[in-house]
Design a protein around this ligand. Sequence first.
Ligand SMILES: NC(=O)C1=CN([C@@H]2O[C@H](COP(=O)(O)OP(=O)(O)OC[C@H]3O[C@@H](n4cnc5c(N)ncnc54)[C@H](OP(=O)(O)O)[C@@H]3O)[C@@H](O)[C@H]2O)C=CC1
Ligand SMILES: O=C(O)[C@@H]1CCC=N1
Length: 266
Amino acid sequence: MKTNVAILGGGNLGTALAKGLSRTDEASQKYDVTVTRRNTDLIQHLEEDGITVSSDNLSAVKEAELIVISVQPTQIEHLIEEIKPVLDPKQHIIASTMAGVSGEEIAKLTGSGYRILRVMPNTAAAINQAMTCIERTPHKEAEEKVIELFETLGKTLVINSELMEASTVLGACGIAFFLRYIRAASQGGIEVGFHAEEAQLIASQTALGASSLLLNSNNHPEYEIDKVTTPKGCTIAGLNEMEHNGLSSALIKGIKTSWEMIEKIR
Ligand SMILES: NC(=O)C1=CN([C@@H]2O[C@H](COP(=O)(O)OP(=O)(O)OC[C@H]3O[C@@H](n4cnc5c(N)ncnc54)[C@H](OP(=O)(O)O)[C@@H]3O)[C@@H](O)[C@H]2O)C=CC1
Ligand SMILES: O=C(O)[C@@H]1CCC=N1
């Protein structure tokens, strides 16, 4: 029998999760997915992929075992107030994607006794290449079910609660950070002779190659960098120029600033 999943908040992330859940046989054989938002016109296209689209949170929740909350942090109070009459601690496992909102804060709104887990996926869920960090909880059976769901969308890692903000920055915001690198690399590529689409293809495939080298070997990045930097060659010249201009420092500072911002989100 399939597990009913309700994704409440079909915005950028909610849509990415739904798309990923409809893309593979593994996921679509395991899960029946409903996505809700108030303005359903914008996500009606998901119905073509076998996803149920609705503005009716109450019905979606009544049918579901797994509830994935994907509204903005400022929208949670209103949402919980609406679904509270049909929330049932025995039936529901709640997985929240909200940045900077703790399980305790959600429990204050739902009332006690619920199995609430924070999860931090990213938009690569749309193509089943997400990195999802999942909060370690005492609710082991619920944790297993949430891991199983997000494993169909990419890789998962169970982490302690206090690292959820760090995972938000590194994994979820990280998609935007790496994309900005690819855009900048493409712009550099155009300066040295490529058309924009050629430059983007080369930069994107090279980024995929670089990360795959690490994922396939567990090698340190610097070990793989050393294989590229021919003595007196052009790689080390370019790399050192980037560092003179603060590449690593800019990335580290950006990640720290993003992390410091999380507590101010609500
Ligand atoms: N974007 C990302 O890459 C990531 C986001 N997150 C977290 O996920 C959450 C969503 O982010 P994101 O997708 O970017 O934000 P969006 O604003 O794109 O999505 C939020 C969605 O929630 C819907 N919504 C608001 N209120 C309700 C309601 N009462 N019932 C049903 N739907 C509702 C809105 O649609 P409508 O107005 O039509 O109802 C909107 O589409 C945030 O908490 C964020 O911190 C986490 C990891 C990555
Ligand atoms: O920018 C944000 O606040 C959300 C959380 C992680 C990605 N997007």
